[in-house]
Design a binder for this molecule. Structure first.
Ligand code: BTX
Length: 323
């Protein structure tokens, strides 16, 4: 509700200091009893609040939630995340975002869920998205670019997410072309970019982002335990999700603007700073077959450059890469 939003804003301004019941009731224009009720509501939602006679209330900790309120309080973007559709449980945020995009949702619209029952990776693979421990979200962009350039946005997103992870956790991620972000060689982020387009014009790009945040090793299903990791495992401590989402949206907005104004080149340089596969022998599994060789870099369009044993150069649009 609006009162609740105002109350949270008051606490955000108070910055961990006490707010008197009197002041809150004046600012919200409601009775002291009503203030107390709102405080109880917040407690039920997982806020930890301290109440001290004569001093009033102060927030000790906010819940690790990814509701629209949590994400929007303190969000520093101009556009991204200004419309948020939050769900406790969905099949896939990609599917919902695709429908919203089709119905005309504005650029920057974000779909977030606490849990996905049918989270998807590329080629209809499954993306494991358990309740409350990760970030499962899809962002709608409407870039004025031809469809064949859209895969570049996966790389733009990968740089933004890597920067945000580094800023919030201090961990330095590696990017594995095209869409994985790794920590200690294990996957902690997957990005899935999908399009609605005519042959010559993109209507919308839906960037699906899955981040393992607070899972423990045991919480991963056995078949991915050896290849997957979470931020908490790597950092050795829990990480709040909403501030990380805010940081991702902030960084992504900046890079996206840069991309639209100056093209892919400046992004490419940043991307190369995080890339692991470059200069190494890799195996690329494409729909057309398997190619082995040395990854030489990416083109200005974002394609992977692979040099095989006969020194032939292959330009790869899409593949799974193994070291
Ligand atoms: P991908 O095809 O590159 O990776 C999928 C593979 O990753 C799976 O086959 C499995 O081996 C492994 N995997 C599955 N779940 C996890 C996990 N939680 N952590 C690490 N490895 C895992 C990557 O596709 C793109 C994933 C995008 C997910 C987002 S979440 C929000 C949005 N909604 C949705 O349905 N998908 C996207």
């Amino acid at each position: 509700s609006d009162t609740r939003k105002k109350l949270l804003e008051l606490f955000a301004e108070a910055n961990g200091e006490f707010l008197s019941g009197q002041k809150i009731s004046e600012q919200l224009g409601c009775s002291r009893a009503a203030v107390w009720k709102h405080i109880e509501e917040l407690r039920k939602e997982g806020f930890e609040l301290e109440a001290v006679r004569r001093l009033g209330y102060r927030i000790v900790s906010t819940p690790d939630k990814v509701t629209a309120n949590e994400i929007q309080l303190g969000l520093k973007t101009e556009k991204l995340g200004h419309a948020i559709h939050f769900f406790d449980e969905v099949d896939s945020t990609q599917r919902i975002a695709a429908r919203l995009a089709y119905e005309g949702a504005p650029e920057g619209t974000l779909v977030v869920a606490e849990e996905q029952k049918a989270g998807r990776g590329r080629l209809d693979r499954k993306w494991f998205s358990p309740k409350g421990t990760g970030i499962w979200m899809s962002l709608i962009l409407r870039p004025p670019i031809p469809p064949q350039q859209a895969p570049q946005l996966t790389l733009v997103a990968a740089v933004a997410i890597s920067q945000a992870i580094q800023e919030i956790t201090g961990l330095v991620p590696d990017i594995k072309w095209p869409n994985d972000i790794l920590l200690s060689g294990k996957k902690c982020v997957g990005i899935l970019t999908e399009l609605q387009a005519d042959p010559d014009r993109v209507h919308s790009v839906i960037i699906g982002i899955g981040i393992n945040v607070n899972q423990t090793v045991e919480q991963f299903p056995e078949d991915i335990r050896s290849i997957a990791t979470s931020l908490a495992i790597e950092k050795g401590g829990r990480v709040k999700r909403a501030p990380l989402i805010q940081e991702i949206l902030f960084r992504l907005e900046r890079l996206y603007k840069q991309y639209l104004e100056h093209g892919f080149r400046p992004i490419k340089l940043l991307w190369e700073g995080y890339a692991v596969s470059i200069g190494k022998p890799v195996t690329a599994r494409t729909l057309g077959g398997v190619i082995r060789g040395i990854a030489r870099g990416i083109t200005d369009d974002g394609l992977l450059i692979l040099e095989d044993e006969q020194k032939n150069i292959h330009y790869i649009h899409s593949a799974d890469i193994q070291f």
